[in-house]
Design a protein around this ligand. Structure first.
Ligand code: F0G
Length: 459
């Protein structure tokens, strides 16, 4: 059931196909380099791109810009306590700022951090501390075709193997990312979260939940985990988050805000450490790199995120796009995740080898064909891993409607129809930080000779 109506609108236009083709070339075949004005339906990310509610806009006007002791921070503290169950909050300008504050406080050179799957900024922040990020997805997590309810879960068995290999002393941190963004936005069960808590206790590690999409995860739990079938999303969220020692949060997702983030904990010593580090990198700990008004809007957004009518509409809208694409014969990862539909580019372009980035080719064709912008999460974004070639279509919150989705489906159908004319891509310039190359590398279509050489190699 739809849970809102429009009060302010933004005009969008579909540029001509000629313009789109030029824009793609000028962007070096990297969708991050496209000007947003040249994009018709922007599904690059659900991060900070949603529509705020009128209550959030009202909160903006009441924002308290005091450098220290801002009353907007009091609103945030009480929202975090009520919605997430933690008493101590260290604000940061966005999720990765919070990651720097928290992981900089918990990790040292030579440590190992375990995560169901590290998101790219998380991986980069762990590495930046000289530590080693190790993923522990459950078997089948990267299989686009199975229909398990909690493909985002953390594999305790895999984690035990790592601990046996490196020794518990080297593993001070266990992270659980809910939902699991790098595994197609799949949820994590409360049962799995309890097991991760027990495992962290066993090896004496700090247990952190990356709570970016905690409300979407809680919605799935109410629908898929028997124990919680009569619980509210708000109850599940508190139950699940309460198992952690600390949370790291990007307010740009389930904070329903355009910017912001924070660390939350009840551990006084960790809180103090984070506060000191936040002063260095983010700002005084009652604003943390945000304007007071943005702190206030995020406080309101956190409460809205666990309202049943909002969250049901949100997750079911994503499911609906997935179902529409599947019905049209477009290969998609199943089941559909919480914030995005992930297209299976490997199945769409079976002739394009991984080293020519079938996912990135699909991103480019969706844009060229219909002005739709998605993001590659396959061999371009994650080199040297054996992940499927996925393209994420992330849905901004409270922003698009069925007609937009119909355009997306028609676009994908047209790409699928012309799939034999699509060539792979090669990288022509690479940035300095390898974990982040997909944000700024430039590519070009492979020349006919390269394509033939690869064909011959694979024969
Ligand atoms: N953790 C997860 C699981 C994320 O998905 C993100 C951001 C972050 C941390 C970092 O938060 O952007 O506020 O600094 N994900 C965005 C995305 C960028 O498109 O999935 P941030």
């Amino acid at each position: 059931m739809v849970a809102y109506k429009s009060k302010v609108v933004e005009r969008i236009t579909l540029p001509s196909k000629e313009r789109r083709t030029q824009a793609l070339e000028a962007a070096g075949y990297n969708a991050f380099n496209l000007p947003a004005d040249d994009v018709f339906i922007d599904l690059l990310t659900d991060s900070g791109t949603g529509a705020m509610s009128d209550d959030q806009w009202a909160a903006l006007l009441q924002g308290d810009e005091a450098y220290a002791g801002s009353s907007s921070f009091d609103r945030l503290e009480s929202a975090v306590a009520d919605v997430m169950g933690f008493e101590r909050v260290v604000p940061a300008h966005q999720g990765r700022g919070a990651e720097n504050v928290l992981y900089g406080s918990l990790l040292s050179e030579g440590d190992v951090a375990l995560n169901n799957t590290h998101f790219d900024t998380t991986r980069a922040h762990v590495s930046n501390q000289g530590a080693d990020p190790v993923d522990c997805p459950v078997p089948g997590a990267h299989d686009p075709a199975t229909n398990e309810p909690f493909k985002g879960d953390f594999s305790i068995e895999r984690a035990r193997d790592v601990v046996d290999e490196v020794g518990a002393d080297r593993v001070p941190l266990v992270i659980l990312t809910i939902t699991n963004n790098s595994t197609a936005g799949q949820p994590v069960s409360v049962e799995n979260t309890r097991r991760v808590r027990a495992f962290a206790d066993e090896i004496d590690a700090t247990f952190v939940i990356d709570a970016c999409r905690f409300a979407e995860n809680a919605y799935f739990v109410t629908r898929r985990e028997d124990e919680f079938e009569d619980a509210t999303v708000a109850e599940v969220a508190r139950e699940q988050l309460g198992l952690a020692d600390a949370l790291v949060m990007s307010g740009k997702k389930d904070g329903l805000a355009n910017v912001g983030g924070f660390v939350a904990t009840d551990d006084e010593a960790l809180f103090e450490q984070c506060k000191q580090r936040a002063i260095l990198y983010e700002g005084f700990p009652t604003y943390g790199g945000m304007a007071g008004r943005d702190v206030a809007a995020m406080a309101v957004g956190l409460r809205e995120a666990v309202e049943e009518s909002y969250i049901e509409d949100r997750v079911e809208q994503v499911r609906e796009l997935g179902a529409m694409l599947e019905e049209a014969g477009i290969p998609v990862y199943t089941p559909t995740g919480g914030h995005a539909v992930y297209l299976d580019a490997g199945a769409t372009f079976p002739e394009i080898p991984a080293e020519q980035f079938p996912g990135q080719a699909l991103v480019c064709e969706l844009y060229r064909e219909g002005g739709v912008r998605g993001v590659e999460l396959g061999s371009f974004a994650f080199p040297e891993t054996d992940r499927p070639e996925l393209v994420r279509l992330a849905i901004p919150r409270r922003t698009y409607h069925r007609e937009h989705f119909e355009h997306v489906v028609e676009t994908a159908e047209a790409v699928l129809e012309n799939r034999h004319e699509v060539s792979g891509l090669e990288i022509v310039s690479n940035p300095a930080v390898p974990e982040l190359r997909h944000f700024s590398a430039s590519l070009e279509p492979v020349s006919a000779e390269t394509a033939t050489a690869v064909d011959a190699d694979s024969d």
